[in-house]
Design a binder for this molecule. Structure first.
Ligand SMILES: NC(=O)c1ccc[n+]([C@@H]2O[C@H](COP(=O)([O-])OP(=O)(O)OC[C@H]3O[C@@H](n4cnc5c(N)ncnc54)[C@H](OP(=O)(O)O)[C@@H]3O)[C@@H](O)[C@H]2O)c1
Length: 272
């Protein structure tokens, strides 16, 4: 009988390229069986065959367009019902650049479906599956643009990634005590296909800020191993992020009050 401890299965969305494909590789080498989801089933099959051969793990391929409710629903059911799944990497995503007023509203909605709705529904299904077992991990891939509304031309893309960070922090606050783990990974510019797919060629990104995708995922997994809730792979000092969080929390006592602050000059209304 094997004495190898089973890590269970990891479901990785957007595993056909870029960050998701490297997560699949690293998780297989750690000993996870894999469920790999994306639209391009040919690329998933090629990756799956390599990982079965090189890492000796089970790899299942699921063709899914996460903006299509039926495809998303299949993955949600799997997360709720398959007790072998112990890790969700909510990675699939896309970017959209350009001025907000010129944007096609259907494309904006599609981006929100992929980057927000699918991430939320999959995290919800994972939490529902993990909570009764008292264990399980959800890794959500956000972005540093979720921290900087002024640093980016893709307004809705940045907003979707701010959502991912907020969602992760909230789920941690609610579910960590039940044994569930959450991590938001906030990559900076990373060398993947997302740039060309979104119409902003990667050649427009300065080399000195463009991280190699292998390094990005290895740092993200190190952050997970170190128990980080928020991992910003390029940030040298973890204390800098802690200071941002502390500044936010300092607002807390004054975010809700019986009366507006005196600086607004509003006369108090007495209860009738
Ligand atoms: N690269 C960066 O600079 C950077 C920076 C910050 C954050 N991120 C985030 O990192 C994540 C991964 O992106 P990446 O950089 O690795 O880009 P990528 O190489 O373009 O990978 C995106 C992945 O998402 C999948 N995907 C796209 N639309 C999908 C859909 N409708 N349904 C299912 N899967 C879909 C793609 O597969 P198919 O086309 O086969 O479906 C692909 O596997 C994204 O959430 C992105 O926002 C990237």
């Amino acid at each position: 009988m094997s004495d190898k401890i089973s890590l269970g299965s990891a479901l990785v969305t957007g595993a056909s390229s870029g960050i998701g494909a490297v997560y699949a590789d690293r998780l297989a080498r750690r000993g996870y069986d894999l469920i790999l989801a994306a639209r391009d089933v040919g690329r998933l099959e090629t990756l799956a065959a390599r990982l079965r051969a090189e890492a000796g793990v089970k790899v299942e391929v699921v063709k899914a367009d996460l903006t299509v409710r039926e495809d998303l629903g299949r993955l949600e059911r799997r997360l709720r019902d398959d007790p072998a799944i112990s890790l969700l990497v909510n990675n699939a995503g896309a970017a959209l650049f350009g001025p907000f007023a010129d944007a096609d509203p259907d494309r904006l909605e599609n981006l929100i479906q992929l980057n927000v709705t699918a991430v939320t529904r999959l995290a919800n299904a994972a939490a529902a599956g993990f909570a009764p077992r008292g264990r399980g991990t959800v890794v959500n891939i956000g972005s540093i643009v979720g921290l900087g509304p002024e640093m980016f031309a893709g307004s809705v893309y940045g907003a979707t990634k701010a959502f991912v960070l907020y969602l992760t922090q909230t789920l941690h606050a609610e579910l960590a005590s039940q044994g569930l783990r959450f991590q938001a990974v906030l990559p900076g510019a990373t060398r993947t296909e997302i740039w060309d797919r979104s119409g902003r060629g990667i050649e427009n990104v300065p080399d000195e800020i463009l991280m190699d995708v292998d390094e990005l995922v290895d740092a993200a997994l190190s952050g997970l191993d170190q128990g980080e809730l928020v991992t910003i792979p390029s940030l040298p000092e973890a204390a800098d992020w802690a200071a941002v969080d502390a500044a936010r929390l300092k607002l807390a006592p004054n975010l809700s009050a019986r009366h507006p602050a005196p600086r607004y000059g509003v006369k108090a209304v007495e209860p009738a």
